[in-house]
Write a protein that binds this ligand. Structure first.
Ligand SMILES: Cc1cc2nc3c(=O)[nH]c(=O)nc-3n(C[C@H](O)[C@H](O)[C@H](O)COP(=O)(O)OP(=O)(O)OC[C@H]3O[C@@H](n4cnc5c(N)ncnc54)[C@H](O)[C@@H]3O)c2cc1C
Length: 410
């Protein structure tokens, strides 16, 4: 059995950045990164954007060129599904019998796409969007003529996929069970703007209605039946309804957590020498009023990775980065800073009709988060105000001619 000072499970944004940061901070011990993936570490955000659109080849998604990992003495085992951890003897084992002894284990296993559980959910032509393979299957289906696409889920991934498919001139119906899209992550003004943008681009939106079953023609999906009895014909169904954190092996090893695994501000779990980062790590977030939550974003995975690398290098570190996120749909650039989970007031800056505005979320007169539509200036300046937690004048805040940076002087 091979022994490593650090074993990282997962080669997504979190796992890859943890390995990179360890070397950046001067860590000289042995590092192994293992992954279920069969590809070297790659970026996921382009999967539902430029990669699905065929605008970016896979090679440009790689987080680092292939030779980087060797040059930094970071070993990688791909196609390696970690299924059990013996926390006492510090040994991690894969489904195919590979065993690795570790000094510290960094669990960066992200999550698997949540799929439908209704009848017909396992028909062919029903796809999640999480990996290169998922998008390659979707692209192959498009090439062989799939034209009527039903997208289930009005979160970022479903909306981005819908935007790309409309640009490819496919017929798109988007089904969202809640009354508005993005309802878990954005205020009503943003949802309504996004809905009207998609309608304007020809997406058929069905809001506030669930999926009863998927209908097949033989083993292939041929339609979606909604809970209101409507039948929508479909050549392909794309499911974007969130993820299930991949945490079973560490949970069986005794790590605590109800929603993923719990970590403290140093990304330590409840079990000695096991850390968790990224989409699967449930933490207390100071930018969400101290709520205990998982954040699914590249920023969160990368910043947690940096934190854990510092901790493993014996440096002082605590994860407290301001969350940020972006999405591209059609020609619209959406940027978010902070988390809009704890607010008592929203303020619109700019003109929604001109598709250049911001929705600012405030708590006790302080800006806690902002969603910017084609408004990078506000996004950049708001980050500073969120960080300093200064009280701002809500009348001036609503005046788009007053730069946000001027409000900090109140
Ligand atoms: C289509 C799409 C679009 C996105 N767009 C954006 C965006 O625009 N902006 C943004 O900020 N975020 C976006 N995200 C979210 C972002 O990609 C994730 O938050 C980020 O990838 C999380 O990184 P992670 O390392 O925690 O998990 P992941 O990137 O999911 O990596 C987890 C890794 O663990 C491996 N793994 C899982 N279980 C095991 C196991 N048992 N054994 C071995 N390996 C295992 C997986 O194969 C994978 O390599 C998007 C995500 C998707 C899927």
């Amino acid at each position: 059995m091979r022994m490593y000072d650090v074993v990282i499970v997962g080669s997504g944004h979190g796992g890859a950045q943890a390995a990179i940061s360890l070397r950046q901070f001067g860590f000289e011990g042995s590092i192994l990164m293992v992954s279920r993936d069969t590809e070297l570490p790659y970026e996921r955000p382009p999967l539902s954007k430029e990669y699905l659109a065929g605008e970016k080849p896979f090679e440009r998604l790689l987080i680092r060129p292939a030779e980087f990992w060797n040059s930094k003495n970071i070993e990688i085992e791909l196609d390696c599904d970690m299924v059990s951890i013996d926390a006492e003897s510090h040994v991690a084992s894969s489904a195919d019998g590979r065993q690795f002894a570790y000094g510290s284990l960094v669990w960066a296993a992200g999550g698997e796409p949540r799929m439908l559980s209704c009848p017909g959910a396992d028909l062919q032509g029903v796809h999640g969007v999480r990996s290169r393979a998922d998008v390659d299957h979707i692209a192959a289906s498009l090439r062989s003529g799939a034209n009527r696409i039903v997208v289930i889920g009005g979160g970022y991934i479903g909306l981005e996929a819908a935007a790309v498919l409309r640009k490819m001139r496919r017929e798109v119906v988007l089904v969202e069970a809640l009354p508005r899209v993005l309802s878990r992550v954005a205020g009503e003004t943003i949802s309504h703007f996004v809905q009207s943008m998609h309608k304007g681009q020809g997406v058929d939106l069905r809001l506030g209605v669930g999926v009863k079953r998927l209908v097949g023609d033989g083993s292939n999906v041929s339609g979606v039946e909604l809970t209101d009895g409507t039948h929508i014909p479909a050549d392909m169904v794309i499911v974007g309804i969130g993820i299930i954190p991949s945490v079973e092996p560490v949970k069986r090893a005794g790590v605590s957590g109800e929603n993923g695994v719990d970590v403290d501000e140093q990304c330590k779990t409840s079990v000695a020498d096991i850390y968790a980062i990224g989409d699967c790590a449930c933490h207390t977030n100071a930018w969400a009023g101290g709520a205990h939550l998982r954040v699914e974003s590249v920023q969160n995975a990368s910043d947690m990775a940096t934190t854990v690398a510092k901790v493993l290098c014996g440096q002082d570190a605590a994860y407290d980065a301001i969350p940020w996120f972006w999405s591209n749909q059609y020609d619209c650039r959406m940027q978010t800073a902070g988390l809009s989970v704890d607010y008592d007031q929203t303020v619109v800056r700019g003109l929604v009709a001109e598709a250049k505005f911001s929705l600012v979320y405030c708590k006790d007169g302080r800006i806690s988060a902002i969603d910017c539509i084609n408004n990078t200036k506000d996004y950049v300046q708001a980050r500073k105000l969120i960080e300093t937690r200064k009280v701002v004048d809500s009348v001036r805040l609503a005046d788009a001619s007053v730069p946000l940076k001027a409000l900090g002087d109140l």
